[in-house]
Design a protein around this ligand. Structure first.
Ligand code: AMP
Length: 424
């Protein structure tokens, strides 16, 4: 028997309904913030991800599903959404259409990580990217949109952590400070961090292995290395969030794993008394140089990505799904083979009119047909037998009104209209 690949999941039955419910709520909100959907390919040239995340990032060095295609091109299943969106933004010259371009996506991502609670090898992300301007207002607006999505889903116990990693000049200065600080105790760090100190010392702060090491916890903070301009920008973002009534915690250890961030970085973290406690549900920030480094114009962007599975589990934990009923509106029952064909033809016209209709394709006995009806909880059961056919009638069990009616075939749609209530 085949089994799914480790770290992947099947969505079926109510899980699909829950996924679609999440999608509906989220897209409904994000459209109000002016975002349009973008659908990019699931795979890209490997360089797209190497360029954006950086060769030394865990994402690129350990986690990518990369393969050569039959034309010997190096292809990678996307491990995150931003790089492909940036590639598309530039390739399609979207910057020429309008100053500010707001895009959102929802789709599967692939990372070769160790599967555990809330961590998969194929997982879904919902994310946004806003390209066009460096603006504390825009950064704050992006963060607010994420917070409002949590609110609309009813999710509690989510905390916003925010920090600034400054402009390029601030980061270069900070990298030097960290290099000096860590080089004294380099032997107390993991192997990866020992090479990070030369290539990208900031990344040490993000290390998953050393995350509780006091050396990391007590490391100098970036705040002291920020340029005046970066400090002013960050203050402005915080003031706007405050004005909008959003709680946050400045977390000076937050640097985020990817090379492309500048200035504002943030994460929404779940705090609960379950296995998900401390997991980041949404992460993002501003990236001033990414579009340019892809060969595009000098245009900044800001965005975030939600981990959909993590949200779905929290929503299950907090009981946040509305009653999602598996419901077929109409079940058709036939008492003989000729009537069976008639029920199929009738189901077809009901579906064309927009009703959900189902029938038993195999049985003519009443018992299994009613069993199907019991499972589907229809609002109406239509019964056709020899007698109904001879009189061009239909017998209808109306489950809403709890009646049994006999009507003329031609009256069916009028009957349904009169007896059907959307929320029954
Ligand atoms: P990142 O692109 O690493 O900032 O991730 C953004 C969000 O995607 C995280 O906050 C998680 O919620 C989610 N995420 C990242 N990696 C995984 C994974 N392997 N499995 C499930 N969700 C993930």
């Amino acid at each position: 028997m085949y089994q799914k690949v480790k770290g992947t999941q099947d969505f079926f039955n109510l899980d699909v309904e829950k996924f679609r419910y999440f999608e509906k709520v989220v897209t409904n909100i994000i459209k109000k913030y002016g975002y349009e959907e973008i659908i990019t390919p699931i795979f890209e040239h490997t360089d797209v991800f190497v360029r954006s995340s950086g060769e030394e990032s865990d994402l690129v060095s350990k986690e990518m599903y990369t393969f050569l295609d039959k034309g010997n091109r190096s292809i990678t299943l996307r491990p995150e959404g931003t790089a492909g969106v940036v590639r598309s933004y530039i390739e399609n010259k979207m910057y020429a259409q309008q100053n500010l371009k707001k895009l959102y996506y929802l789709g599967p991502m692939f990372r070769y990580e160790r599967p555990q609670a809330g961590r998969y090898r194929q997982f879904y992300q919902f994310g946004v990217e806003a390209f066009g301007m460096s603006s504390a207002l825009l950064d704050a607006d992006v963060i607010l949109s994420a917070a409002r999505i949590f609110e609309a889903l009813g999710i509690k116990n989510i905390k916003l952590h925010i920090n600034s990693i400054g402009d390029l000049a601030s980061r270069t200065l900070y990298a030097e400070v960290l290099k000096e600080y860590f080089s004294k105790d380099i032997n107390h760090l993991c192997g990866d961090c020992q090479s990070r100190i030369h290539k990208n010392p900031l990344r040490i702060l993000d290390c998953k292995v050393d995350k509780d090491n006091p050396l990391l916890i007590n490391a100098p903070k970036i705040g002291a290395s920020l340029s005046d301009e970066a400090i002013k920008y960050f203050k402005e973002v915080l003031e706007i969030l405050k004005a909008a009534g959003l709680d946050y915690e400045v977390n000076e250890n937050l640097v985020r794993g990817l090379d492309y961030y500048t200035d504002t970085v943030f994460e929404f973290v779940y705090q609960g008394d379950d296995a998900m406690d401390g997991l980041t549900i949404c992460g993002g920030g501003k990236y001033s140089n990414l579009v340019k480094s892809f060969g595009g114009p000098d245009i900044p962007g800001v965005g975030y990505a939600f981990g959909v599975e993590r949200i779905l589990s929290i929503m299950a934990e907090q009981n946040l799904y509305p009653t999602l009923k598996e419901k077929t509106k109409i079940v058709l029952i036939a008492l003989d083979p000729v009537s069976k064909i008639q029920t199929l033809v009738l189901a077809d016209s009901l579906r064309k009119k927009g009703y959900e209709a189902e029938l038993d394709y195999f049985n003519y006995n009443l018992r299994p047909q009613f069993k199907l009806a019991d499972r589907l909880h229809p609002d109406f059961i239509i019964i056709i037998g020899e007698e109904e056919r001879s009189k061009k009638q239909l017998t209808i069990k109306n489950k809403i009104a709890n009646t049994q009616d006999t009507i003329l075939e031609e009256e069916l749609f009028t009957y349904l209209k009169e007896n059907y209530h959307e929320n029954a």
